[in-house]
Design a protein around this ligand. Sequence first.
Ligand SMILES: Cc1cc2nc3c(=O)[nH]c(=O)nc-3n(C[C@H](O)[C@H](O)[C@H](O)COP(=O)(O)OP(=O)(O)OC[C@H]3O[C@@H](n4cnc5c(N)ncnc54)[C@H](O)[C@@H]3O)c2cc1C
Length: 386
Amino acid sequence: MTAREHDLNEIREAVAKLCATFPMEYWRETDRERRYPAEFVRALTQAGWLSCLIPEQYGGAGLGISAACAVLEEIQKSGANGAACHAQMYTMGTVLRHCNDAQKAKYLPKIAAGELRLQAFGITEPTAGTDTSSIRTTAVKKGDRYVVNGQKVWTSRAEHSDLMLLLARTTPREQAQKKTDGMSVFIVDMKAALGRGLTIRPIRTMINHATTEVFFDNLEVPSENLVGEEGKGFRYILDGMNAERILIGAECVGDARWFIAKASAYARERKVFGRPIGQNQGVQFPIARAYMAAESAALMVERAAKLYEAGRPCGPESNMAKQLAAEASWQAGDMCLQTHGGFGFAEEYDVERKLRETRLYQVAPISTNLVLCYLAEHVLDLPRSY
Ligand SMILES: Cc1cc2nc3c(=O)[nH]c(=O)nc-3n(C[C@H](O)[C@H](O)[C@H](O)COP(=O)(O)OP(=O)(O)OC[C@H]3O[C@@H](n4cnc5c(N)ncnc54)[C@H](O)[C@@H]3O)c2cc1C
């Protein structure tokens, strides 16, 4: 075992221990009530896991994205739902690379100490959908502030976050040289903004994801909260998006491993026709197939994470990691449900909950078709289809 693998294993063990203090009934109850798992997020924060990417000089652990992947994978592998907090890790992709020293000094120590939460990433809009360059939320400079107007949708955890990374248009699309130019990223202090131009409305969904619609009505954001240069926000967000895809890939690998372990255990124990159901090839082969898919996806997540850590281009690998892992977790979930027969549908087995939760990752943060479009155009040099 290399030193790196040893360190990652230590992280996995520690996170698994913490997760074990939150029994499955906790996740069933929060899911049933669509309640934010605040206690779990607090425990992870206090143990320092949610700030593992923040450099040591700002109070974090200064680890790379592979460590963050190990944390999130382990959370999912324990049967928990890390969606409540994963954004605090992937927003770092933009913050660490593009915020200035003053912004880092102002926010990072408080995020590392658990005094501030940066859990909201406001990109998607109802009319733009996947076509991010069509966003209509505008930020217009007036003196030392920007005035923001517009709407975001699917802004997850907005009610449970102090800060949001927001993408808005600072130059109209038709006046920008390229359609991806003219967008800017801001750090929005949401607690200060609530009732002063910011309104949050929760959306109830098939999973417990604390997702919302967010409305901006002449919200004033100080100019010092602009990240990097005005108009270059799309590029900054891409760094966050690659990090997000890698981290969500790791979460899906964790989900797949949970489903595979759960199905294998059940197939060994459940006896029908006088023998364990797992003795039938019709039951064991789908488990073995799901295992192969999960392990292959894990390799792609690892490769993407290594490239990201080395500061090298990793768009194709990040996208492939996310998609392969999301497909592997869905395959494993479907197999796990089938292995459990009727009991797979019962809440107390957690299979139906995990299956609902892992389904999201074929749609968000980017849907499967768009990953294929990206690979076709940028890797395979095929004509752009959209
Ligand atoms: C629970 C949840 C949480 C989310 N959290 C966040 C968040 O925190 N922050 C945030 O900014 N966003 C968030 N999202 C938004 C998510 O990233 C988007 O839903 C996703 O990117 C897809 O966009 P859309 O829903 O507008 O689908 P659309 O863009 O409307 O696409 C609809 C369908 O058409 C397909 N499609 C569209 N164009 C093409 C094409 N050219 N070729 C082939 N197929 C195409 C897509 O693949 C998709 O299947 C979240 C979404 C959900 C459901």
